[in-house]
Design a protein around this ligand. Structure first.
Ligand code: FAD
Length: 281
């Protein structure tokens, strides 16, 4: 709550504070406790990630990018004449390399460079048990709820698949290749119990589940930095469950670093060095 308010005040974003009574009047879908408070940001919204990624790729191609689909990088190495990238279809050379491989970054980097963890997350979609119209986007917001100290659930209004609910973190650590993709009855029962207590009218039929992978840095903030041993290689780990909305801004930062070798943003918060033993203090 404090973080959201500080960010809104720092950047001049409009917001309003709601106490439990105001929440019950405006958003009765949430079974809040008397002691709970909320911050509402009228300009918050929803992105369609598939449409966003397609649009970004399309624009990149229009500006001369070549996309090599289904050609995984198996390894890379720095040489005096450039960076060599190995793929099943052969070797590629370039002056600079950007590694932005999400949950697959540890395999391309090594934990000694960046101690990332990969965390299996589960998404759930429910139909409404009562009053389905009240979960329509016009009446029900996207939300994130710190329902216990440092424990979060978040969700979306009823879009295509139903009312989406998920936990933020608290997932199983894994590797992309070994992540458990099926969702157990116990997991479904656990989330249903949470919904029944906190969003009772949303606890209808389960409409679907999906699994996804967070790639976490030790402090859950991004890494936008040069490789410590090879400055022609840029490392982009912008996830920890909250990086998608920043994709365009991060793209701009990385393009500036590649072309101008500097960015108009202060990148100190995103430096790798903050994880160095000494830096952690
Ligand atoms: C359940 C869930 C919910 C989320 N919700 C939100 C949200 O509401 N808002 C938000 O802002 N963020 C959210 N995020 C976080 C967001 O998805 C990530 O921050 C973002 O996708 C990270 O982008 P990325 O480009 O670093 O990695 P990715 O999107 O994972 O992209 C990495 C790409 O690299 C490719 N790749 C991997 N290895 C190789 C290789 N060896 N060679 C070639 N290509 C390779 C992969 O195929 C993939 O396409 C969520 C994430 C999850 C898992």
């Amino acid at each position: 709550m404090r973080g959201a308010i500080r960010s809104a005040e720092t950047h001049g974003l409009s917001f309003e504070r709601l106490d439990a009574a105001a929440m019950r009047a405006r958003f009765p879908q949430f079974a809040v406790r008397d002691s709970e408070v909320a911050v509402r940001e009228p300009r918050a919204g929803v992105l369609d990630p598939e449409a966003c990624v397609s649009a970004q790729l399309e624009r990149a191609v229009q500006r001369g990018a070549e996309l090599r689909r289904d050609q995984p990088v198996t390894s890379w190495r720095a040489t005096h004449s450039g960076i060599e990238v190995e793929t099943p279809r052969g070797r590629e050379r370039a002056a600079q390399l950007v590694l932005a491989a999400g949950a697959w970054l540890p395999a391309l980097l090594g934990a000694d460079v960046l101690p990332l963890t990969v965390e299996r997350m589960v998404l759930y979609w429910f139909g409404a048990a009562r009053d389905p119209e009240s979960f329509a986007p016009e009446r029900f917001p996207i939300w994130i709820w710190e329902h216990e100290t440092d424990r979060y659930c978040y969700g979306f209004p009823a879009l295509e698949r139903g009312i989406k609910v998920a936990r933020h973190h608290e997932g199983e650590l894994c590797a992309p290749e070994t992540a458990r993709r099926e969702v157990s009855d116990a997991e479904i029962a656990g989330m249903r119990a949470w919904v029944e207590q906190h969003l009772p009218d949303a606890a209808g039929a389960l409409r679907g589940t999906a699994t996804c992978l967070y790639t976490n840095t030790p402090d859950y903030d991004f890494v936008l930095d040069r490789h410590p041993a090879e400055e022609r290689v840029l490392i982009v780990s912008a996830c920890s469950g909250h990086g998608f909305k920043f994709a365009n801004a991060i793209g701009e930062v990385i393009a500036d670093l590649l072309i101008d070798r500097r960015s108009r943003f202060d990148l100190a918060p995103f430096r790798l060095a903050r994880f160095a033993a000494g830096a952690r203090g």
